[in-house]
Design a protein around this ligand. Structure first.
Ligand code: PLP
Length: 392
């Protein structure tokens, strides 16, 4: 067993290691099996049926838990088929009809759709509020049963102060969950800042290669972990063995990759900020970002996502059409650089007037800065900004 106090670089490769006892394979095997033979009635070897648990998925959970704990008190991890499955399980495990979920106003569009369109039909209420400013305690309502924040928020990278919100939720006994997809445990220790739950779309930086969807929830609360597993089993939200195996491989290089993503993103953000064609650059690492001071304090990394506002949909369209290295696609956090147009892609379901109020206009392009050479990436962006306008 690896020392749980090891650094993130070691824990990402070896943390929570489960050895392959059968043949000594250095990579934990893919247990591609729906069911597990039980030696006798009422006896099992840790796994019974694939919807409830699987050894390869458990190996991923143990490594994620070791990385999140970072040598601190034990953390429990449950892996899900994707990030939305994790959000669904979290909401269903903590709330019921008539309750309210309070969210930071800038969140992934799918989280909003789930709460406002799907779960609202079952009597669950949700409110999306500005938690970046003012007293968070004043935002908690009498029926608030879960606070879910995304920081940095997708896609404008709005930063909220996790410790300040945790002080307010603790006083009321309300669980605070932080969607830490943009930074991962390597870039931001949300449990250490006072959150009760860290949530991930592992599809992004954790897996990191555009190869597998996944989600994960990490908490020190044993009861909540058990509830999450019950919801997962009941709804069939479980992660699959092959996806878990791919995610285990990706996870090994997460600390290395995140460091390079951040370095490349900084170079990209600084280059874009110097361009007259650009209306606004959103990157928490830039001193003029509204959340810069909090980000410096609560994050270990400024991350690899940069927002660039070109002022209009036409300008954004022309810019994206001329990119060669960055490709237009939904997803982020992978080795390949991607450009996304939130207004028509990830956040298309957010009403246009609300999008505008959130600073998520038609001219905004979200760049997931990959691991290609920084010089090449900057050259790609600058040539896309400066070429003759020919909308494809
Ligand atoms: N949370 C955040 C911050 C995301 O960006 C996403 C997806 O883009 C999700 C959750 C949902 O994850 P998935 O696509 O794996 O279901």
């Amino acid at each position: 067993m690896i020392d749980p106090n090891s650094s993130a670089a070691t824990l990402a490769v070896r943390g929570g290691e489960s050895a392959d006892q059968a043949a000594g394979a250095i990579l934990f095997p893919i247990h591609q099996s729906t069911t597990f033979v039980q030696p006798a009635i009422g006896v099992d070897r840790g796994h019974t049926y694939g919807r409830a648990s699987n050894p390869t998925v458990a190996a991923l959970e143990q490594r994620l838990a070791a990385l999140e704990a970072g040598g601190g008190d034990a953390v429990h991890a449950s892996a899900f088929a994707n990030g939305m499955a994790a959000v669904t399980a979290l909401v269903l495990a903590t709330t019921g009809a008539g309750d309210e979920v309070l969210c930071s106003r800038v969140v992934y569009g799918g989280t909003r759709r789930l709460l406002e369109e799907i779960l609202a039909n079952f009597g669950l209420r949700s409110r999306f509020v500005d938690l970046a400013d003012g007293d968070p305690a004043a935002q908690l309502g009498p029926r608030t049963r879960l606070v879910l924040v995304e920081t940095p928020g997708n896609p404008t990278l709005e930063i909220v102060d996790v410790a300040a919100i945790a002080a307010a939720t603790r006083a009321r006994g309300i669980p605070l969950a932080v969607d830490n997809t943009f930074l991962t445990a390597v870039g931001q220790d949300v449990l250490g800042l006072g959150a009760d739950v860290a949530l991930y779309s592992t599809t992004k930086y954790v897996e990191g290669h555009n190869a597998a969807l996944g989600g994960a929830i990490l908490t020190r609360d044993v009861e909540l972990d058990a509830k999450l597993r019950r919801v997962r089993k009941s709804l069939g939200l479980n992660q699959k063995p092959f996806e878990a195996w791919l995610t285990l491989q990706g996870l090994k290089t997460l600390p290395l990759r995140l460091a390079r993503h951040e370095e490349n993103a900084r170079r990209v953000a600084e280059a874009l900020a110097a361009r007259p064609e650009v209306a606004r650059v959103l990157y928490p690492g830039l001193p003029d970002h509204p959340g810069h001071a909090i980000a410096r304090r609560q994050q270990r990394s400024f991350g690899g996502i940069v927002g660039v506002d070109l002022g209009s949909r036409e300008a954004a369209q022309a810019f994206v059409a001329r990119l060669r290295l960055f490709r237009l696609a939904e997803n982020l956090g992978s080795v390949e650089s991607l450009a996304t147009h939130p207004a028509t892609m990830t956040h298309a379901d957010v009403p246009p007037e609300e999008r505008a109020a959130l600073g998520l206009g038609d001219g905004l392009v979200r760049l997931s800065v990959g691991l290609e050479d920084a010089h090449d990436l900057v050259a790609d962006l600058v040539s896309a900004l400066t070429a003759e306008v020919t909308v494809r």
